[in-house]
Ligand binder design. Structure first.
Ligand code: PRP
Ligand code: MN
Ligand code: MG
Length: 179
């Protein structure tokens, strides 16, 4: 295990089981709908690629890069669009894929934006949810798991751009961000 990790919250196998369960629900709800799956970079990259491989019907994939954290552990409250979609969302059924919903700022911003762009429907699939931290009202339609208010990294999630490539999700040792 990486020296900066206090404990593993979700192993590779745990993540695989969660992803399978979510994909089953999505398969039921989106059969024949050709949704546009929107991966919110960078955190959702691992989750999105694993999830779509478990979706039976054909889906389209696009990427949006937004950032609200900078290198801090606390959200700045400001959402920046670093890369927009290539695809038009007008009339499309959108499935936004996130790694974690924390304050809800990122998703509340994106939902408003996609509504303005006249999406036909907007649903959210998140691997993790931290409802304790919510500032903006956001409710995900598909939630992998609720996590306690601890700093989680790995499987796409970073602290200061590190740890994204860990194959598991772990709790970061507080000493790492208190330095
Ligand atoms: C993180 C995470 C979510 C968002 C959740 O992304 O991946 O996208 O914050 O926080 P919120 O609910 O408080 O908005 P971040 O902005 O760190 O960018 P990254 O995905 O590139 O790491
Ligand atoms: Mn993110
Ligand atoms: Mg981040």
């Amino acid at each position: 295990m990486n020296d900066d990790i206090l404990k593993v919250l979700y192993s590779k196998d745990d993540i695989d089981a969660i992803t399978s369960r979510l994909a089953e629900q999505i398969n039921r709800d989106y059969a024949g709908k050709n949704p546009l799956v929107i991966c919110i970079l960078k955190g959702a990259i691992m989750f999105m690629t694993d999830l779509v491989r478990k979706i039976d019907d054909y889906v389209e994939i696009d990427f949006m890069d937004v950032s609200s954290y900078g290198d801090e552990t606390e959200s700045s409250g400001e959402v920046k669009v670093l890369k927009d979609l290539d695809t038009s969302v007008a009339g499309r059924d959108l499935l936004i894929v996130e790694d974690i919903v924390d304050t809800g700022r990122t998703l509340s911003y994106l939902i408003k934006m996609f509504q303005t762009r006249n999406a036909a429907s907007i649903k959210i699939c998140t691997l993790m949810d931290k409802p304790e931290r919510r500032i903006k009202t956001v409710k995900a339609d598909y939630v992998g798991t609720q996590v306690p208010n601890e700093f989680v990294v790995g499987y796409g999630l970073d602290y200061a751009e590190k740890y994204r490539n860990l194959p598991y999700i772990g709790v970061l040792k507080p000493a790492v961000y208190q330095e």
